[in-house]
Design a protein around this ligand. Sequence first.
Ligand code: APR
Length: 262
Amino acid sequence: MSASAGDRERVLAHAAEALARARHAIALTGAGLSVESGIPPFRGPGGLWTKHGEPPLDGWQRFLADPKAFWESRLRPEGPMRELARAVEAARPNPGHEALVELERMGVLRCLVTQNIDGLHGRAGQRELAEIHGNARLVRCVGCTSRWPREEIPTDVLPPLCKRCGGLLKADTVSFGEPIPADVLRRSMEEAELADCIVVAGTSATVYPAASLPHAVLGRRGVVIEVNPHESELSSVATFVLRGPAGEVLPRLVHAIRTARG
Ligand code: APR
């Protein structure tokens, strides 16, 4: 039975209270945050994998086997990756991204870990940000983890090599099977260990290690606030479930905290 509007308001008010009084609140976001910016999710209604089937899970192995071919496919993406690349290029931050920036500016949110590669949190102004699956606008050295904006890297000779260590350069976007870069993994895990509250917005919470963050917070009896219009892997264990689109729910969460503060 769906909750009444009054119940939903009460749950949101209690979630806002818990978030406002947290000692160290963080957020984990996924593709659902960018749906209202015109970028399709991967799973669930309208998902890329839902439409085209799950992608091959050996991207990292294919890169290592033939980095030149990997670059060629990235420079001229086809199928679902072309659809995703076009949507990312055209996308702008939406009220969900802006609400999370507001929570940081209010001193409520200490860090945001995102699985999204679209760079929209950074463009919205989020400062304490860990892009655990990378950023499509960056290129990263697989040797020393140095990163550059992709437009600074010449692609006349493929694969491009790192000017610092001579290592192979690749899109910063983490491929399936690729280890999460050590710097961003360490930041994400440290934040999850510090957090006593985590807002989990726009993710099916199915891909690890990102999906382990809310469970780490729960494991230390912290608060998990889910923002998602649909059921996810987390819904049954979340402390608060705010059923709705991030672009609508997150601004209401900000408003509730601001009103409570007077
Ligand atoms: N607001 C909030 N959540 C939404 C919205 C919305 N407007 N629209 C959809 N959602 C929810 C869906 O219900 C779903 O639970 O967003 C979630 C999107 O889930 P996925 O498509 O699985 O995206 P994500 O969880 O980020 O995937 C994790 O999988 O394919 C890999 O590397 C890719 O980072 C990605 C990872």
